[in-house]
Design a protein around this ligand. Sequence first.
Ligand code: MRU
Length: 367
Amino acid sequence: MNVNGTPYRSIWLNGDGVSVDIIDQTRLPHEFEVVRMTSLEDAAHAIEIMQVRGAPLIGATAAYGVCLALQKNCSDETLNAAFARLARTRPTAVNLIWALDVMEKTLRDKPEKDRFAAAYDLAALICDEDVETNSAIGDYGHALIEMLAIEKGGEPVNILTHCNAGWLATVDWGTALSPIYKAHGADLPVHVWADETRPRNQGASLTAWELGQHGVPHTIITDNAGGHLMQHGKVDMVITGTDRTARNGDVANKIGTYLKALAAKDNGVPFYVALPFSTIDWNARDGVRDIPIEERDQSEVTHISGRAADGSITNVQLSAPGSAAANPAFDVTPARLVTGLITERGVSAASEARLMALYPDRADSSP
Ligand code: MRU
């Protein structure tokens, strides 16, 4: 997708063929800064401090983290240490473990001398596959938006989204935003309500920025505004991403998603979740019970960053010193509240039977 008219992916191999470049998402929307990762630790750190974030991009970064770990030697010990370090960076997005599993399955059986080149080939493949997958998600989601556009007789379709499940959260296209980019590209009138997404404000700082870069009409709203807008007929559909979808169709996504789904149900607004196959955890039978929820630092709730009048990026305190804060970073929306899952294989009901019918080749791990 584009930044000031120039096409970018969110992660790419540097010209030296070893180091890997990412966009520092902690600086957006105020500064567009590219960071070079040259070691395993750089990759793990980038995931932990959320220079890269979003489930598919976390997976892609982890894959390149394994590559960077193999620079000095490609022994089993090096591989084990890399997998262990990367696996403990963030707990909820299953794409991380998925990407590490893919790397492990291929590299473990290779002679040490072939592992370095094979790792880079595989990381590049994971990235390319992510782009293709998200483009297909966009095509299926576009068809849903088109139906609403016809019903609305050419009036803009108002789509509410939460957090950032755009191209910045993936290698390209995004999941929830991919249908919106496809619809906009096909001249369908769309307008996006972007939840600001406290506490880290990925909606206000990332979703709004990337939609703006593509000329997609959008409005930032507080996280609490969605229910009110739905009651007044101002939301035609909700599309969010997910960090881990359980076998039964329950979806974990950024904290606050569940409340949007409840409000959507109460107001008869369709609630869709867009995801690639790599976000399904076939081992999680029940999302509420089985999906680990990341608990992040209190300071993300008690403090906030923004650009000061002098142009500097500043962090300020919101709450009285001494007040404790809790910061669960994700919640789980039960399948019964999900109208449909938009995948690269089509739109499916959120249920174990429908997911297994869609992925008979993937649903091979026993819960
Ligand atoms: O904490 P984040 O910013 O990594 O959370 C991201 C989300 O919740 C996204 O909606 C999700 O990863 C889907 S990304 C296509």
